[in-house]
Design a protein around this ligand. Structure first.
Ligand code: AHG
Ligand code: MN
Ligand code: MN
Ligand code: MN
Length: 333
């Protein structure tokens, strides 16, 4: 008999792990939001939710209808609860302050409401990524500002993702390991199906968008070249490659069987550190990866140590099996 998400959280509380009733209720609210998003995603063409919204987001990306729908589901399901001081999202220019009609709470929720948008219309796995920070103590008595969100990833109190694939999964960490829940769609309940997930320290599988290779920095070109050289090359082993173009799917594969994921800086947009966003993609995923015994760096620095300067700032991401991440770092020294 599988435990439910609520039972898992209550038992974490009993063991003194979970910080507060507020955080437990907030996590349950986010999980309910992801159930709603999964329901809408699964309708596809039947729900009229495919295709473009006709607007661009602050990233300069054309928004999909599902980007906007999932963003609104997360806002509406969580703004009234009294657990949040504010929210931030890939799809919103600036922070979302809790309306005065609702009580303010002590947490900040950041999210990528729909990760892997380019896969929505072709029915490939997509997901929702979330990150929870504590709001600064004094923020309850003043206007919330963007600066309140600019906390290093090491300050996260919880993080996770939902993966809308053949199964609908919820991956979660509250700082004491990584657990996975599978949605029982007959009952509408998240059931605990994996605990204490550990990433193998070695791997022979890399994930990178090879079409960008001519734009990569030399160390990345050298690393991938050596991986491709096979058993007679410097790595002495044959590598396999995967690229789904949904970070949630790549990270989930790595949490299940190891691997290394790279989205490094490249010269297509030299002023940006990379494509992925620090606050609601790299930080939550890095928290999960480290909690599962993996590593996550921006080529040399631990991502969770980065002190953010902008809400939507980007970062190079190299994450996965601990020893393989260390190997990549050697190419940058
Ligand atoms: P999003 O759909 O939230 O904008 O994120 C897409 C990201 C990430 O999920 C994925 O790893 C990467 O973009 C894929 O980038 P390419 O399309 O350049 O391969
Ligand atoms: Mn996007
Ligand atoms: Mn994303
Ligand atoms: Mn997104």
């Amino acid at each position: 008999m599988h435990k439910t998400l609520s039972q898992y959280l209550v038992e974490q509380q009993r063991q003194g792990f979970l910080l507060s009733e507020d955080l437990k209720a907030l996590i349950e609210g986010i999980a309910r939001s992801c159930k709603s998003i999964a329901h809408v995603v699964a309708k596809g063409a039947l729900g009229g939710v495919l295709g473009n919204q006709g607007t661009d987001n602050v990233q300069g990306e054309a928004q999909k209808k599902m980007d906007v729908i999932s963003n609104n589901i997360l806002l509406q399901a969580n703004e009234w609860t009294g657990h949040l001081a504010g929210m931030a999202s890939e799809e919103m220019d600036t922070i979302y302050k809790i309306p005065n009609s609702y009580p303010k709470g002590k947490y900040l929720l950041l999210f990528d409401p729909l990760d892997g948008s380019s896969n929505i219309d072709v029915n490939v796995s997509i997901g929702t990524i979330f990150s929870i920070l504590k709001a600064p103590e004094d923020s309850l008595n003043r206007e919330l500002t963007e600066a309140d969100f600019l906390q290093a990833g090491s300050q996260q109190v919880a993080a996770g993702y939902a993966l809308y694939g053949p199964q609908t999964l919820l991956m979660l960490t509250i700082g004491h390991g990584v657990v996975c829940f599978t949605l029982d769609k007959d009952v509408g309940t998240w059931l605990l199906t994996q605990e204490n997930i550990q990433i193998p320290t070695e791997t022979k599988e890399f994930a990178i968008n090879m079409s960008n290779s001519r734009h990569w920095d030399t160390p990345v070109q050298n690393y991938i070249h050596d991986c491709l050289a096979g058993t007679t090359g410097p790595r002495g082993k044959d590598f396999n490659m995967r690229w789904v173009a949904s970070m949630v799917a790549e990270v989930h594969r790595i949490l299940q069987r190891g691997g290394i994921f790279l989205y490094p800086w490249d010269k297509r947009d030299p002023n940006k550190a990379g494509k992925l966003r620090l606050m609601y993609e790299a930080n939550p995923m890095s928290f999960l990866i480290e909690q599962a015994g993996g590593a996550s760096v921006d080529t040399v620095n631990r991502i969770l140590d980065i002190q953010p300067s902008q809400l939507h700032q980007r970062v190079s991401v190299i994450l996965g099996s601990k020893n393989e991440v260390e190997t990549v770092k050697q190419y940058f020294v």
